[in-house]
Design a protein around this ligand. Structure first.
Ligand code: NAP
Length: 301
């Protein structure tokens, strides 16, 4: 059911974590890896992120029965084109990209005829690069598979079993729905964090020193998200444009309603909303998707 040879293309946070998680959970599986950056390849070999780090993507995928692209979503098409002539016929192609419809299209265009089952493990941190990965990144996290309508069921089942073996819980949905859901749960929150941190640092009447000194008032929690990789997030917004713009429209309306409530002194409206949002936080902690401790349990990593 599982795979004997997995090739990981892109050896940063996600690729490194996939390699380490395979070593921990699927000891009979051999891994190869490739990254476009020679310094990353060197560091990946030092850390043992995969069993063998290769000098070309084609070398990495030779003999693989699963190839996982772990590069920024804007680089998926180019990365896939590099292996088009070397991809074994029986191999399943997948990825970990944060947006799904555009990535599926890029992979299918670069690898016509290949079995492509896109995936998105909803797990990550604000860190990137070959030192950022860790084996238990996917444990108890959701991994969303977005197989195309005509996908081979056996291939989808094998990929589901693979992610479950790495500790993830698997959900299957269509790519367009994934992109809408993730726009509201991940992409818009990142956009808001980037905005608020940008606004605070541009304020002329408040000094940068004060922003940092009094950050515990809420600002510092946004700065964690706003420290996320600029290349990755630029690509997410460009690739999931439609869904992000739709959700941003709704968010802007809600923000305007709050603005009106504050202007009118409508304490009831504010109180009602803040009570509802507190319940959502409780549900997230209860379902094991976060930790109630002030550092969100991150010191355990
Ligand atoms: P990362 O740490 O920056 O790693 C990406 C690696 O891919 C970099 O080393 C990059 O090298 C390399 N790369 C770029 N183009 C390549 C190519 N054509 N061929 C081979 N390697 C290439 O990024 P990440 O956080 O692991 O993100 C990887 C993917 O996971 C993205 O699609 C992202 O949307 C998705 N994802 C991220 C998170 C998260 O929280 N970070 C969560 C879920 C999914 P250079 O640095 O030289 O460009």
């Amino acid at each position: 059911m599982t795979f004997g040879r997995v090739a990981v293309v892109g050896l940063g946070l996600l690729g490194g974590s996939v390699g380490l998680a395979i070593a921990d959970n699927l000891p009979d599986c051999t891994t190869t890896g490739y990254d476009a950056d020679p310094a990353t390849r060197l560091r990946a070999a030092e850390r043992g992120l995969v069993n063998r780090v290769c000098d070309t993507a084609a070398e990495a995928v030779a003999g693989a029965d699963l190839v996982i692209f772990c590069v920024p979503v804007g680089a998926m098409g180019d990365a896939a084109a590099q292996i088009a002539d070397a991809l074994p016929e029986r191999a399943i192609v997948s990825d970990v990209g944060s947006s799904k419809a555009s990535v599926a299209e890029a992979l299918r265009a670069a690898l016509p005829g290949a079995t492509v089952i896109p995936a998105h493990p909803v797990a990550g941190t604000e860190n990137s690069g070959p030192d950022a990965g860790f084996a238990h990144l996917f444990r108890h996290r959701w991994c969303i598979l977005t197989p195309p309508a005509d996908a081979d069921h056996a291939a989808t089942a094998r990929l589901s079993a693979f992610w479950e073996a790495l500790g993830a819980r698997v959900e299957i949905m269509d790519a367009a729905h994934h992109d809408l859901v993730l726009a509201v749960t991940s992409h818009i929150p990142h956009l808001i964090a980037y905005t608020i941190v940008g606004t605070a640092s541009d304020l002329e009447e408040v000094t940068r020193g004060e922003v940092i000194k009094y950050s515990a008032g809420g600002f510092r929690d946004f700065t964690r998200i706003a420290a996320s990789d600029p290349v990755m997030w630029r690509d997410v917004f460009l690739s999931n444009r439609e869904a992000v713009l739709e959700m941003l429209g709704r968010f802007t309306e809600d923000l305007t309603a709050l603005q009106r409530a504050i202007r009118r002194g409508d304490g009831e409206a504010l109180f009602d909303l803040f009570t509802r949002t507190r319940d959502i936080r409780r549900s997230i902690v209860e379902q094991g998707q976060d930790d109630a401790r002030p550092d969100f349990g991150r010191s355990d990593h």
